[in-house]
Write a protein that binds this ligand. Structure first.
Ligand SMILES: Nc1ncnc2c1ncn2[C@@H]1O[C@H](COP(=O)(O)OP(=O)(O)OP(=O)(O)O)[C@@H](O)[C@H]1O
Ligand code: SF4
Ligand SMILES: [Mg+2]
Length: 441
């Protein structure tokens, strides 16, 4: 953890944290949106708790992937960090400085160091400006790049770095393909020399064929420009490929966080297991054998999240004690037990059988090559010397689930318990119930 800036605050425009040290330190971040009602009297009748108490830190040079289904608060988290959405509560320290305490020129300098790349490159590039004007806008505003000829040289270099030629400078955004526009968006972000890039679904609007190119480009640029990334995506293959650390969000909270390889090798939270089990596995034998964990019902309303564990209304492992009324916190799990107790310590009264003790039975999500996009898993040998993050999980029963002492209920059982109506024969279609797997490439 870094310490907040003292009275003699460092210049927000200059880099402080060394590679591997914490650059972004977020604690207890909440971003609520008011729900208003009334024609004559504009009353606030509640709040959408889009982000509801997230702790997360990112080290310089690290790529942190944030995943979760649509509406869980990923984008709002990214925007809250940049103060594009004003946080309701909590602290964001960037390079040791409290972002909320900055105003005027210091806030502007800080914002320069934290850039955002958006999902839809067309709507984020002004259609009336040519590429030169788009790229120099930020440099002009922050007094970067020297005189106009030096700026032109710089933006030409940046365009080359993202695989575009100088001939792009005189053209307009609509003249480019989606992939090229995203490259221009990346070059524009780089023009103001950021430290942190928040990439919100950077490839989900692109053709499958160009997604891998843009992801690979982001990786190359990281080394070249010493960048730190927060990559927000619902595509588990993209996140796995690019991230050192992955955080899984559910309904405004972080439910699991681990080094990418650890998370994909052994997802511990029931929600993460369900997300991973919804992604197809390339090996047909593994695909046939593995069990899908289907989730019942929709994401509950963030205006009125369930009590206790927010996932309890859809959780196949929900227990009668603790789950409904005690909110689990992120924690490291105790060591695995070697032998499952006979008669299995079930607390849900279902009388279901215990699983094998190694937890590698058929309930385990397939972990062989998550994606179908042609993106391999992250190779530790190519990582940038970022020490693996601790594996944290927010579930009361994670040890029992991991060690095979508890068995998941079927989606139909969970739905019946919760009174959710299932119309489709043979249970729920994973694509219909689980957004995160829906658009996997
Ligand atoms: N400006 C806003 N005003 C009111 N509610 C908002 C606002 N922005 C987001 N929300 C709500 O906050 C919740 C989280 O939204 P957010 O866009 O952060 O989710 P997300 O995880 O990024 O989803 P997606 O994967 O679809 O982009 C949603 O219920 C959304 O409707
Ligand atoms: S605490 Fe764990 S077992 Fe209980 S509902 Fe939440 S995720 Fe499921
Ligand atoms: Mg979003």
């Amino acid at each position: 953890m870094t310490t907040p800036g003292s009275d003699a605050e460092p210049d927000p425009a200059s880099a402080g944290a060394a590679p591997g040290e914490v650059l972004l330190d977020v604690s207890g971040l909440k971003v609520y949106f008011p729900i208003r009602s009334g024609v004559f009297f504009d009353r606030t009748i509640g709040h959408v708790k889009a982000v509801d108490g997230v702790d997360l830190s990112i080290r310089r040079g690290e790529t942190y992937g944030l995943v979760g289904e649509s509406g869980c608060g990923k984008s709002t988290f990214g925007r809250g960090v940049l103060r594009l959405n004003e946080p309701t509560e909590g602290k964001v320290l960037f390079d040791g400085q409290d972002v909320a305490a900055l105003a005027g020129e210091k806030l502007r300098s800080m914002r320069r160091r934290m850039q955002m790349i958006f999902q839809d490159p067309l709507s984020s590039l002004d259609p009336r400006q040519n590429i030169e004007s788009i790229m120099t806008e930020g440099m002009n505003a922050h007094g970067l790049g020297g005189n106009s000829s030096a700026r032109r040289t710089r933006i030409t270099e940046l365009l080359e770095a993202v695989g575009m030629s100088a001939s792009a400078l005189r053209r307009y955004p609509h003249e480019f393909s989606g992939g090229q526009r995203q490259r221009i968006g990346i070059a524009r972000a780089l023009a103001v020399e950021p430290d942190l890039i928040v990439a919100d679904e950077p490839v989900s609007a692109l053709d499958v064929s160009v997604q891998a190119q843009v992801i690979n480009l982001l990786e190359e640029l990281q080394g070249e420009f010493g960048l730190t990334y927060l990559v927000i995506a619902h595509d588990l293959a993209v996140v796995r490929h690019i991230s050192d650390t992955v955080g899984v969000m559910y309904l405004g909270r972080l439910v699991e966080q681990a080094a990418s390889d650890d998370l994909y090798a052994e997802p511990l939270h029931p929600y993460t297991r369900a997300l991973m089990s919804a992604v197809p596995v390339p090996d047909p034998d593994v695909e046939d054998r593995r069990e899908r964990i289907l989730l019942a019902g929709d994401l509950p309303s963030p205006a009125n999240p369930p009590s206790g564990c927010r996932f309890h209304t859809r959780c196949p492992w929900r227990q009668e004690t603790r789950c409904d009324d005690e909110e689990p916190q992120l924690r490291e799990l105790s060591s695995p037990t070697s032998v499952a107790p006979t008669g299995a310590a079930r607390t849900d009264g279902s009388g279901a059988e215990a699983l094998p003790t190694n937890g590698s039975g058929t309930d385990g999500p397939g972990t062989t090559g998550v994606g179908t996009s042609g993106l391999p898993s992250n190779d530790p040998s190519t990582s940038r010397g970022i020490a693996p993050a601790a594996h944290l999980v927010a579930c009361h029963w994670a040890e029992d689930i991991r060690d095979g002492h508890l068995r998941p209920k079927s989606a139909d059982q969970v739905a019946a318990d919760q009174g959710v109506y299932i119309a489709a024969e043979g249970g729920l279609d994973p694509a219909a119930v689980i957004g995160a797997g829906r658009d996997a490439v």
